[in-house]
Design a protein around this ligand. Structure first.
Ligand SMILES: [Zn+2]
Ligand SMILES: [Zn+2]
Ligand SMILES: [Zn+2]
Length: 139
């Protein structure tokens, strides 16, 4: 899991410094587990207004240190992001979320771009399944 400290270092390397309530929100997000809803952040940061929470989530997404995740039911959650392109693996049993990346997957997209003439600017790829621990538990 990516911690708030690591993210602050990433931002600092890019010359961006979080201050005041934004920094406080990042620390709160680091305590909310591997993914969280916007309302979880609102609830865990009573001193910060709802609008500030939403603005900060948007800012952190734009800076590439928080990513949006679509859950199996179609609802949106957020997650602290590693400093590289990645996708998400979500256990539908226990809710654990992991990041992964795959050169093969990116190669398929490059091939799709060649074949269709599209330039691919973004893509989303979430995988839902059961983690090894949940399978071992007979879930
Ligand atoms: Zn992510
Ligand atoms: Zn699991
Ligand atoms: Zn990708």
């Amino acid at each position: 899991m990516t911690s708030a400290d690591v993210i602050e270092q990433t931002l600092a390397r890019r010359g961006y410094r979080l201050t005041g309530p934004r920094r406080a929100l990042l620390v709160v997000m680091g305590t909310l587990g591997d993914h969280f809803a916007a309302d979880d952040v609102v609830g865990a940061a009573p001193g910060v207004g709802r609008a500030t929470v939403f603005r900060t989530l948007k800012l952190l997404q734009d800076l590439g240190v928080v990513c949006q995740v679509v859950l199996e039911d179609g609802s949106t959650a957020y997650r602290l992001a590693p400093d590289e392109h990645h996708h998400h693996l979500l256990c539908v049993e226990c809710g654990e979320m992991r990041d992964f990346s795959s050169d093969d997957l990116e190669a398929v997209l490059a091939e799709v771009a060649r074949r269709t003439g599209y330039t691919i600017e973004a893509h989303r790829f979430e995988v839902y399944g059961r983690c090894a621990a949940c399978q071992a538990a007979g879930a």
